[in-house]
Structures are given as structure tokens and as C-alpha cells.
Design a protein around this ligand. Structure first.
Ligand code: TXA
Ligand code: MG
Length: 323
């Protein structure tokens, strides 16, 4: 049974406890309601994708109560500091280089070297983020493909059976998502228009480039940005039913014949566990597998349903011909 919590001290405390326990909690921000989970807990983040029914691992935004907390996970530029001073708390998300040693799960950022961070303006949301005392990943709290929710009632209509709780923080005034600005390159790039206007941003940042293909950070926009989009250095072979002698295996369930070096996504063939371990696995095979002599990664087939769709999508991108 989903808990419907008020935005008073008791409701906030309860919601923070649930988040710290790895549960899913929806809460209002000034833009839209977010489907929150502990961003440092990869199983909790996998549960976000499962609840939304997203067929792909889009990188998620990490939410913080204050800018200083966001800088613990990212490396801010001078411009990031200036934009934070002008727009936070508020509907601006900044994509910045991820700080080495950040506890944010690789799945939260879809394996990218960058992290999207924001400080929302809703007072109750910030109290909740402070009480949770860890970064909270939160995409909009709707089923994939449906409209973003601007009230607790909207959240319940789509996700009632899939969440531990929703905090009723009242209607979201802005109603559209935050503006996403990529500050990880030489020039700021607008990745998603949103609550903070381009004019207001350019008044501080100067000219901002528009991204090409909308809303898909995993699709390289220009060759210069390619390096930041993590793909294993080793070639990836899909749907392997046997491992070749020079291959390291990304296993799902009992390893197939021929396996030497193995990273096990889920011994018991559990898709949520596999999703939570996917990016760790690709990185481990790339470094350790390579060190142990592997010249390629063989990936066992993933069942094409539920989170398997998103895992498979990511593996296909990893296996695609390199530019
Ligand atoms: O208003 C909002 O931003 C809402 C509320 C709940 O805060 N959240 C939201 O999250 O819309 P989500 O996960 O639906 O949107 C994340 C956006 C996507 O467009 C994603 O591609 C982009 O941010 N994004 C996240 N991390 C990124 C990264 N490292 N590089 C490029 N784009 C990134
Ligand atoms: Mg959305």
C-alpha cells in the first residue's frame, strides 16, 4: 500500500527514512513531481527504471538541498558557480564532470563521466533532500511515455502500485521540467529547454549552443563530445552462447561454455540485479578483463522484457561500430 505523506515534519522524516532504506518516494518540486531514490544505491536506481517502464537507461538528475552538496559529486567550473548563484534553488540542471570518488551509482549517470545536478526550489523538497542527506535521483514521476505529473494525484494515477510513498507538496508551479545545460565542454550546450529560459541563462553564460538530437545524451552529438560517452574499449559481442578463448564474459545466469574471466550480472537471472550491476560490469571487464588477457567482451543474451529492454539497449550501444 502506498503511503501518502504530508509535507509536514513527520511526513518529511518518514519519506527520508524510506529513501535511505532504498525505497522509491515521489515528491513535488517546482517543475514537476520527481520519482526519487537514493542515487548512491544502484538497486534503488534500477527500481526507478523498472517502475517507470523506461526501455533505456537515460542518465538521471541528482537532486541536492544546497549547491555545496552538489559540488561533492561534481567538479564545478567558474560558470557553474555563477549559474548556481543566479538560478539555484530553481529549474536549472547542470551537467558537469563527475568527481572521482563520488558515491553516486554508475547506473544513475548511465555510465557517463558526467553527472546532472540540481537544487530544486520547492521548500519541502529541499527539507526532504536535507533529511535524506544523500543525493536523490529523480526523473519525472510518470510512466514512460506519459505526461509529467504536476500534483500528487497525477503521480498516484500512474504509479500508485509501484512506489513506497508520495509526499504531497502541493502543485508544481512551473509545470515543465528543468532546463538541462551541459557545462562539461568548452562551450555550454542546451540539452533540454525547460523552466529556466535561454535568455536568462545567456545573460550570465553568454552564447549557448543548441544540442542536435533532442534529449538523448547517449547519442553522440559531435565527435568532440564522443570521449565523454562511455563505451568499453574492448569490442563487445552480443547474444553469446559460448565464450571464445580471448573473450571475457558478461554473464546473466549460469555462465555459458568456454567462460574464463567472468563478470556475473545476476547469478539468479534477476533483471533488477543485473541492471544495478551493468555499468560496473562493463568497466570491470574493460580494465580487469583486459589485464587478465581478454581482447573482447562476450555478452550473454538478456531476456527482452522489463528492465531487460534497457540492459539490452545499452549493450547494443556498446557493441555498435565505433566512430
Ligand atoms: O524538472 C526536472 O528536471 C525533473 C524534476 C523531478 O527535478 N526531473 C527530470 O529528470 O526531468 P529526468 O531524469 O526525466 O531528466 C533528465 C534529463 C534527461 O534529458 C537526460 O537526458 C539529461 O537530463 N541528463 C541527465 N544526466 C545527463 C548527463 N550526464 N549528460 C547529458 N544529459 C543528461
Ligand atoms: Mg520525464
Amino acid at each position: 500500500m502506498i503511503e501518502i505523506l504530508s509535507a509536514g515534519p513527520d511526513g518529511i522524516a518518514r519519506a527520508a527514512t524510506l529513501l535511505r532504506d532504498g525505497r522509491l518516494v515521489a515528491f513535488g518540486t517546482e517543475t514537476v513531481y520527481g520519482l526519487g531514490a537514493d542515487a548512491t544505491n544502484s538497486a534503488a536506481v534500477a527500481a526507478i527504471f523498472a517502475a517507470k517502464g523506461r526501455p533505456r537507461f537515460n542518465p538521471l538528475i541528482c537532486h541536492y538541498p544546497v549547491a555545496a552538496a552538489a559540488w561533492e559529486d561534481t567538479i564545478p567550473t567558474a560558470l557553474a558557480h555563477a549559474l548556481a548563484a543566479a538560478f539555484w534553488p530553481g529549474p536549472l540542471t547542470m551537467v558537469l564532470p563527475r568527481r572521482a570518488g563520488s558515491a553516486v551509482a554508475l547506473l544513475t549517470g548511465a555510465g557517463l563521466e558526467t553527472l546532472a545536478v540540481r537544487v530544486p526550489a520547492n521548500r519541502s523538497a529541499r527539507l526532504l533532500l536535507a533529511a535524506a542527506n544523500r543525493p536523490i535521483a529523480a526523473p519525472s514521476a510518470n510512466l514512460s511515455g506519459q505526461v509529467s505529473p504536476a500534483s500528487a494525484a497525477h503521480v498516484l494515477a500512474g504509479l500508485r502500485d509501484r512506489l513506497a510513498a508520495v509526499v504531497d507538496t502541493g502543485p508544481s508551479e512551473v509545470g515543465v521540467e528543468s532546463t538541462v545545460l551541459d557545462l562539461s565542454g568548452a562551450t555550454p550546450v542546451l540539452l533540454r529547454p525547460g523552466g529556466a529560459t535561454l535568455e536568462a541563462l545567456e545573460a550570465i553564460a553568454g552564447p549557448i549552443l543548441r544540442a542536435g538530437p533532442p534529449d538523448d545524451p547517449l547519442a553522440p552529438r559531435s565527435p568532440g563530445q564522443l570521449a565523454s560517452h562511455y563505451a568499453p574499449a574492448l569490442p563487445v559481442r552480443l547474444d553469446a552462447t559460448a565464450a571464445l578463448p580471448d573473450e571475457a564474459l558478461l554473464a546473466f545466469g549460469p555462465p555459458c561454455p568456454g567462460a574464463g574471466t567472468v563478470f556475473q550480472l545476476s547469478e539468479r537471472s534477476d533483471l533488477a540485479e543485473a541492471a544495478a550491476r551493468l555499468f560496473e560490469g562493463l568497466r570491470w571487464l574493460d580494465s580487469e578483463g583486459h589485464r587478465l588477457g581478454a581482447r573482447a567482451i562476450a555478452a550473454m543474451p538478456i531476456p527482452p522484457h522489463g528492465l531487460g529492454l534497457a540492459i539490452d539497449d545499452r549493450l547494443r550501444r556498446a557493441a555498435a561500430p565505433r566512430v
